[in-house]
Design a protein around this ligand. Structure first.
Ligand SMILES: [Zn+2]
Length: 136
């Protein structure tokens, strides 16, 4: 017997909403500190470097490199039982921030730390799009 579980999904907050809205529009958006210039991810209310609250959203290309990865051959939770192997990745955007994602449209034997990646916008439903990455 197999049980279809509802997947855990991100819940946009007032602070992170611009990031998620950007993905809905096929754009990657990051916060940047108006005072010290630091790029900021995850979305937050104060700069991690100088504590300024002057953070502004900017569209970025989404160009990235693979910082590290692991291949999950066993589901990481029952929700992902149908998704193995799953290519779990920490991706470094050109702006220097890192985020956790998964690789898609990739030949497993070609996955390498440092490989160039491009964003993939994966709609989940009418209200949510996930950011994945594929080889550039
Ligand atoms: Zn700052």
């Amino acid at each position: 017997m197999s049980i279809e579980l509802e997947r855990p999904l991100p819940r946009p907050t007032p602070t992170s909403r611009p990031f998620w809205d950007g993905l809905q529009e096929g754009r990657v958006r990051l916060q940047r500190c108006d005072d010290c210039g630091a790029w900021v991810f995850y979305p937050r209310n104060r700069c991690h470097r100088c504590l300024s609250a002057a953070l502004t959203w900017h569209d970025v290309s989404g160009a990235a490199t693979l910082y590290t990865f692991t291949i999950a051959r066993q589901p990481t939770s029952p929700h992902f039982a149908g998704d193995v192997p799953q290519y779990l990745a920490v991706v470094e955007l050109a702006e220097g921030v890192r985020l956790t994602s998964t690789l898609v449209d990739v030949d497993e034997s070609r996955i390498r730390v440092g490989m160039a990646l491009a964003p993939v916008f994966e709609p989940v439903d009418d209200d949510l799009t996930m950011l994945r990455f594929r080889p550039a």
